[in-house]
Design a protein around this ligand. Structure first.
Ligand SMILES: N[C@@H](CCC(=O)N[C@@H](CS)C(=O)NCC(=O)O)C(=O)O
Length: 392
């Protein structure tokens, strides 16, 4: 399933960059879990020469384990280390907290790319020097401003081109911004009272959410100012997520654990409701787009790579475009096979529940408007093999 670099190391290596959305998720997980790791940016020659050819495409982060195994995918990394180092557990074991951690982790990692990319690229003119330096640090080994600037031009054009694929246009920007600001306010109410999403200990929910909310929305100058002024407690949580240990100076008396009795903090249900309402239709659209592809490619054998352009492997393979509405505004965007795959993982976690846990989770999902989304099913199972998504 994973390839091996053939090198051994004293510590796992996090191939990453400070500006990278998903790198922020693994970094925060390693810091909170207490994993002794070494971070090396993608500008290091070994990344381009040895790591990228093994993965098959440029992507950050990649975790190189001490035996050389290469894990690409932040959720896989967390699941791997949770098995290897069970305590302190950062994926809850009780049914409600476990299902909610997977759900919010999914929405955070997969459903907030629109605001993250919008605030980075639509406001480029207000933060260009910061982003040029950030990209330079990530991709160029030159210690020369001019040469770094030249090196970043193609990659900045590549990533800014994502706006169209995500459906970010002059017509959709107002609703994307309004929806994001509402999320910030809900999260601010929460982090005013509780240090992490599930209480006194960070979980998969926090790591999923910190992905968009750190590298782009807390660090890039324009959205950073917005977050600090609209949601100062969210900004503080992004700092907290990058500090070792669970106990925060603001909450010294709170046990460093999830809430007792599988309870959720009161302020969490409105956040779940937000995700189901504002992000649910988009995820449903992606699943429908995948299912339509499956129906027209019925005879494909297991192992077939799920991607329209088979010869151009990428972190976010696509099959086509689809339409959905955000608060009544139509949005046309490209689908993401990886998002459907990650939703399938959430469905698997919910399907494993039984008895009282299943009943309680069902009640929360119904109360917060998630019934339709949780009833959706990818028509054929998606597997991840050697960094590609394939039919099961
Ligand atoms: N599902 C992957 C996604 C990783 C990812 O998309 N990383 C971004 C940088 S933050 C990237 O390298 N994108 C390259 C591309 O989309 O071509 C994970 O969780 O690790």
């Amino acid at each position: 399933m994973y390839k091996n670099s053939g090198k051994t190391h004293d510590k796992p290596i996090l191939w990453s960059a400070p500006l990278s959305l998903y790198s922020g998720k693994t970094r925060s997980y390693f810091i909170k879990k207490g994993i002794d790791y070494q971070e090396i940016f993608g500008s290091h020659p070994r990344y381009g020469k040895e790591i990228v050819p093994l993965i098959g495409y440029r992507v950050l982060p990649v975790v190189e384990l001490t035996d050389g195994t290469l894990i690409q995918d932040t959720t896989d990394t967390i699941v791997h280390f949770e098995k290897k180092v069970p305590e302190p557990a950062l994926i809850p074991k009780t049914p409600v907290q476990r299902a909610v951690a997977w759900l919010i982790g999914f929405f955070g990692s997969e459903a907030l790319l629109k605001p993250a990319m919008h605030y980075r690229w639509s406001y480029l003119d207000r933060q260009r020097p910061f982003l040029e330096a950030a990209f330079g640090r990530a991709v160029s080994g030159h210690r020369d401003r001019q040469r770094q600037r030249e090196a970043v031009t193609p990659i900045m054009e590549y990533f800014s081109g994502f706006l169209k694929s995500l459906g970010v246009t002059p017509e959709t920007i107002p609703v994307i911004e309004a929806s994001y600001l509402d999320l910030l306010h809900l999260l601010d109410d929460h982090f005013l009272r509780v240090p992490y999403l599930l209480g006194g200990r960070p979980s998969l929910a926090d790591f999923g959410l910190v992905a968009p909310l750190y590298a782009h929305l807390a660090r890039d100058p324009y959205p950073s100012m917005l977050m600090k002024n609209h949601a100062p407690h969210v900004f503080r949580w992004t700092e907290r997520m990058n500090l070792a240990g669970f106990t925060d100076g603001e909450f010294p008396d709170l046990a460093p654990d999830f809430l007792p009795n599988d309870e959720l903090p009161e302020t969490l249900e409105p956040i779940l409701r937000y995700f189901f309402t504002d992000c649910g239709p988009e995820v449903l659209g992606m699943i429908a787009s995948y299912n339509a592809w499956v129906e027209t490619h019925d005879a494909l054998p297991p192992g077939t790579v799920i991607q329209r352009d088979q010869d151009a492997p990428t972190a976010h393979p696509a099959l086509g475009w689809f339409d959905f509405e955000l608060r009544g505004i139509p949005i046309h965007r490209r689908d993401c096979v990886d998002a459907v795959y990650h939703f399938q993982r959430v469905l698997d976690v919910v399907a494993e529940l039984d008895g009282e846990g299943r009943r309680k989770v069902g009640e929360i999902i119904n109360r917060t408007g998630g019934r339709e989304l949780l009833a959706a099913r990818p028509l054929r199972r998606i597997k991840s093999e050697s960094y590609r998504f394939v039919l099961g």
